[in-house]
Design a protein around this ligand. Structure first.
Ligand code: ADP
Ligand code: ZN
Ligand code: ZN
Length: 814
């Protein structure tokens, strides 16, 4: 009963007779080894049933293996049977194993990230009568007697324990009593996949003369036709206010088919259809190269903002779907997916599914099942969608490939979706397209270097319809101050804001916010309100004008209400500092009361669907200005936006991190790229206290390549990525002394490795988070000769149990 049409199975080359399986049922989770009966042809990914304790549970076959050393071989139990075969695409388990190896993570943790929760059905415990109980019942407690009665009334004395629990008080003890007196036995139902929801659907099949039916019935067919010829029965009944009998008649006459089908909890919005656009010559060149690729290749599509990359993706995917293949489109953040998803839906309709971690468990599980059907489809998702189990993958696209949200910092595995996508494309033998206006240095070096095979560099150097990139005006905020302007808005920005409404245009204000930028302090005694669990100040939040004021910790999420008086000196003069979005929004209201402002940040987009709502409101011109953080920079295509203001670029420039310049350049270029995408020309005003900074200069002149080459020279000189590799060891403990001394010991051990530079140990930038003290050690590995790294698992067993160690391979944030 496999869901996927069976792929030809690789001949069974079994030399070992053991297999590792993943068991994931309530109460039992882990990887276990079983013996394989000779007659079973098991492949990785098959769903098996295995004995566990005294019952049977469902399990996923992971890989053939050796028997574990600590178990006598004859103690190992045998696999009972295959429940469902051919479930995962071939190569899928190889991919998971590769991730486990590269990121030094137990396979179990990789599987946790990859598979949606609840893929294996919960095995229900059932209770069954095994003896006539008449004589013994008088000695039983009332609960046990009540259970016996229930069982006798059920299907051959067999009932689920959950149902017993619902009806009998003290069910647990009652059942135990019955088990002890050998009146009942308890067993787990044979495992199966979670039960999908099913519902009747109507499909249009006949296109006859329709002379044999009534005009009323013809109307029903017309409704069905307008909805694409396929609807849920209940929906059709409701819309046409008709009866099941009428539909039955239509079925008998051969116009429609009524069938029960799985209901997937996947929400669709109806989107206006859209046709492929006539491509520019740069676009068609790019498209041609991509569609002619046969098998694995890595393509960088380097297109300035608004150059039509998305249109190239759409047209590259269309022919694949016709060939019965699927495509995977990875995007950085969910904030930009509503708009992008709409563009894909307009082209491909309900062949598009969305997969990301903000979906509910049910939606994730159903989308997963939809992907497993093997029907040609397009999956759009964030980083974890790189694990989408599409059986016939024809293309992987990573849009905004430079974005650091493709990297997972925690929990383990600390994978980068771009790295995993490369491996996946290799295993599936399909092309990988990386799109960006500001490619990461890793990708740039990879694609530009002469000794890599299968790489292609494609460029879209101009905006669509030769629209110019917006001019970037740099405002020196030091001069503003000298000339007496104390506002957070320069005179130039003030002027531009003033003009917005007059010209009926829209603008975006970008604020780079860091954890410390909105702390609350006492104007009388200087006291700063800090998190009780972390070494940081609390940040001030207010989601709406009249919503309660909250202080929140950005590290551990601790929250408290805003005190009225200083906790230290009781002074009522508490004030919040910094320029978060909220402060800017308030300042705007004060200076430009006529401007209609929408805040777009983590406060106002907390609830599900709020990204879409806010962006739709803005697109419908319900506001003149969108004020927000990083989220605004990513791929928004709002043609009516002419003004982009950066309130203060400096927070981005001065981060203590070797990537600070690269990241600042990318962010500022992306923000600037939101302006002038439509017919009206755009304008960018960039406020800063360091106008001479090379990043600011590069952003102003729109020079990616010169900036990148200079930056690469510095990286090479210091052996930083993309030349050398980094591994970060993060250590933490509730005891500051233990973690420090452990860090010292580990660093001393690592110091003996050649071709590996040890930086640290050093306390993390915020030492204490959630009452844990954090230290870190950075390993910089030589680019040419791979050093011999220690066995991390062995090292882990040597450190004190109170210290936790996580290994971040290719870290981005530290
Ligand atoms: P990018 O992804 O490179 O930022 P988009 O794909 O969003 O660029 O394209 C920018 C705008 O130009 C979009 O509104 C898109 O619909 C439009 N566009 C793209 N390609 C074409 C084309 N060949 N002809 C006309 N309009 C186009
Ligand atoms: Zn005070
Ligand atoms: Zn905290």
């Amino acid at each position: 009963s496999s869901i996927v049409a069976a792929e030809p199975r690789v001949p069974f080359q079994l030399t070992s007779r053991w297999i590792e399986v993943l068991v994931d049922c309530p109460g039992v989770q882990g990887i276990y080894t079983y013996k394989l009966p000779a007659e079973l042809d098991v492949q990785p990914g098959d769903i098996l049933s295995v004995p566990f304790g005294t019952s049977q549970v469902g399990a996923i076959a992971i890989r053939l293996s050796q028997p574990p050393a600590d178990l006598a071989q004859d103690k190992i139990k045998e696999v009972i049977d295959i429940v469902s075969a051919g479930f995962f695409p071939s190569g899928y388990w190889q991919l998971l194993n590769r991730i486990a190896e590269y990121y030094y993570t137990p396979l179990m943790q990789v599987i946790r990230v990859a598979l949606p929760p609840g893929l294996l059905g919960r095995s229900q415990r059932r209770i069954r009568l095994i003896a006539k109980a008449d004589a013994a019942t008088q000695f039983l407690t009332p609960a046990a007697r009540q259970i016996l009665e229930l069982l006798q009334a059920q299907n051959q004395g067999d009932y689920s324990f959950t149902h017993i629990q619902r009806q009998v008080k003290g069910a647990y003890r009652g059942v135990r009593e019955l088990l002890r007196s050998h009146l009942v036995e308890s067993y787990l139902e044979p495992p199966r996949l979670s039960k999908p929801k099913r519902q009747k659907a109507v499909t249009l099949v006949g296109t006859g003369l329709e002379s044999d039916i009534t005009s009323r019935q013809r109307e029903i067919l017309e409704v069905l036709r307008r909805r694409g010829g396929d609807m849920w029965l209940s929906e059709l009944l409701q819309i046409c206010s008709t009866s099941s009998a009428t539909l039955k008649t239509l079925e008998q006459k051969g116009y429609i088919v009524i069938q029960e089908r799985e209901v997937l909890r996947i929400a669709f919005d109806v989107i206006a259809q859209d046709q492929p656009k006539a491509l520019t010559s740069a676009q068609s060149q790019a498209l041609e190269t991509i569609t002619q690729l046969d098998g694995y290749a890595q393509v960088l599509l380097h297109g300035v903002t608004g150059s039509g990359k998305t249109e190239v993706y759409l047209q590259a995917i269309a022919p694949l779907l016709n060939q019965g293949k699927s495509a995977l489109v990875l995007v950085p953040e969910i904030g930009l997916t509503p708009q992008l998803t709409d563009r894909f839906r307009a082209r491909f309709g309900n062949k598009v599914c969305v997969y990301h971690s903000a979906l509910s468990d049910g939606e994730r599980y159903d989308t997963w099942r939809q992907m497993l059907t093997g029907e040609p489809q397009v999956v759009i998702g964030t980083r974890s969608a790189v694990f989408a189990p599409l059986p016939h993958l024809g293309l992987i696209i990573l849009d905004e490939e430079h974005d650091s949200s493709f990297k997972q910092d925690q929990p383990i595995p600390t994978y980068h979706a771009r790295t995993v996508a490369t491996w996946r494309a290799e295993l599936e033998n399909c092309p990988l397209v990386l799109g960006s206006a500001t490619p990461s240095l890793e990708t740039w070096v990879e694609v530009k270097s002469e000794n890599t095979l299968n790489t292609h560099y494609l460029s879209l150097p101009e905006r669509i319809q030769s629209r110019p990139l917006p001019p970037v005006e740099i405002v020196d905020m030091r001069q503003e101050l000298q000339q007496g302007n104390r506002s957070i808005f320069s005179r130039s920005l003030q002027g531009a804001l003033q003009q917005l409404q007059e010209r009926e245009q829209q603008g975006i204000l970008f604020i780079h916010r860091r954890g410390h930028s909105t702390f609350v302090s006492c104007r009388s005694c200087g006291y700063v309100i800090e998190c009780p669990h972390c070494d940081v100040s609390l940040a001030y939040h207010q989601t709406e004008e009249k919503a309660p004021e909250i202080l929140r910790c950005h590290y551990c999420n601790y929250a408290q209400s805003h005190p009225r008086h200083c906790p230290e000196c009781s002074s009522p003069y508490l004030k919040f500092f910094g320029s978060g979005t909220q402060r800017v929004a308030q300042e705007l209201t004060r200076q430009f009361p006529q401007l209609r402002v929408i805040r777009f940040d983590s406060d106002t987009t907390r609830t599900k669907g709020s990204h879409r709502t806010l962006l739709t409101r803005f697109a419908n011109r319900e506001a003149d200005l969108l004020v927000g953080t990083q989220m605004l920079t990513k791929g928004l295509d709002l043609p009516q936006v002419t003004l982009v203001g950066v309130v203060a670029a400096d927070g981005l420039l001065h981060l203590a991190d070797y990537r600070a310049a690269e990241r600042a350049f990318q962010t500022l270029t992306q923000v600037a790229g939101r302006a002038g995408r439509g017919e009206d020309p755009g304008r960018v005003i960039l406020q800063t206290y360091s106008p001479e900074h090379p990043v600011i200069q590069a952003v102003q002149q729109h020079v990616y390549e010169a900036f990148t080459e200079a930056e690469l020279q510095q990286r090479a000189a210091l052996n930083y990525p993309p030349y050398g590799r980094l591994i970060l060891l993060r250590l933490s403990s509730t005891d500051p002394a233990t973690v420090e001394s452990t860090a010292q010991q580990i660093a001393a051990q690592l110091n003996t490795i050649s071709n590996c530079e040890i930086l640290g140990p050093a306390p993390a930038s915020v030492l204490r988070v959630s009452n844990r003290y954090r230290w870190q050690i950075l390993l910089k590995l030589a680019s040419e000769i791979q050093p011999e790294l220690p066995d991390w698992e062995a090292m882990r067993s040597l450190i004190p149990p109170s210290v936790s160690l996580t290994i971040d391979v290719d870290p981005l944030n530290f």
